[in-house]
Design a binder for this molecule. Structure first.
Ligand code: ADP
Length: 243
């Protein structure tokens, strides 16, 4: 006898008891690593991610340098122990793809022209994965860039929406991600009200896409508040006059 996984219960709640529009508990901190120029930690449910920034520094090898702007180099990586089955430590095709989408999202908000001929290194290290790592990784990376004092038009805050057993849900967990009909990771530059990352795995109707984006906006607004709070906490003492 096979028991079927019930992703949406009769009372409309999800496998972990959340309402469809409810995020997992989220926690953020800025300035968590000693040796990086800027750093951040983001937790969304069981997903835990560190981001670290090095630079801006002179671009090497020299042929990478752009005369009128900085370049961003981004490495998204999942630790071998971040998933239930040991993951090979090297970079997989998926990790190369996610590095690229995170880099492109960051390039749309950082004032790159402030640092000609330079490189900014962004490291996103997934310590524990329970879905939503590309969006939480980008959320952490932009917080780390702000911690490094790199000028940006806005922060980036991201969350995945999914269609699970016919219902649109906010902030997919891995159980939901594995069995969903569609997975829609979205990241916003919240105060610019623009989308900086949008991918779709699976199929959604036009109306579902609209509703999914509205749901994602609700999530990213919440994450943006947490990002601002993390930065306020990090720099609270800077406004104090020394005795
Ligand atoms: P995202 O993490 O942005 O949701 P995916 O949809 O590709 O990206 O992955 C969903 C989840 O699947 C990951 O967060 C992780 O929990 C799990 N996962 C991804 N890659 C692996 C892997 N190599 N081994 C085990 N689990 C993985």
């Amino acid at each position: 006898m096979t028991s079927e996984l019930v992703l949406i219960k009769e009372d409309g709640t999800r496998i972990d008891g959340r309402r469809p529009d409810e995020m997992r508990p989220a926690h953020m901190e800025a300035g968590v690593l000693e040796n990086a120029e800027g750093s951040a930690f983001v937790q969304m449910g069981k997903t835990k991610i560190y981001a670290a920034i090095f630079g801006p520094r002179e671009a090497h090898p020299r042929h990478l340098a752009q005369p009128h702007r900085a370049i961003i180099q981004c490495r998204y990586h999942m630790a071998s122990f971040s998933v239930t089955e040991r993951k090979s430590p090297g970079m997989t095709r998926r990790e190369h793809e996610l590095s690229k989408v995170i880099k492109e999202a960051l390039e749309s908000v950082v004032f790159l022209e402030e640092y000609p001929r330079s490189v900014i290194d962004v490291f996103v290290e997934v310590i524990q994965a329970d879905a939503g790592t590309r969006t939480a990784g980008l959320t952490a990376a932009s917080l780390a860039l702000a911690d490094a004092g790199i000028p940006m038009a806005d922060l980036c805050a991201g969350v995945a929406v999914g269609k699970v057993a016919g219902t649109l849900v906010l902030d997919l967990s891995e159980d939901e991600d594995k069995h969903c009909e569609a997975d829609l990771p979205v990241a916003m530059a919240p105060s610019l009200n623009s989308i900086v990352l949008l991918q779709l795995n699976g199929r959604l109707t036009k109306d579902e896409l609209k509703a999914g984006l509205q749901l994602a906006k609700k999530g990213t607004d919440l994450l943006y508040d947490l990002q601002k709070k993390a930065l306020q906490k990090r720099f609270a003492s800077y406004g104090e006059v020394p005795e």
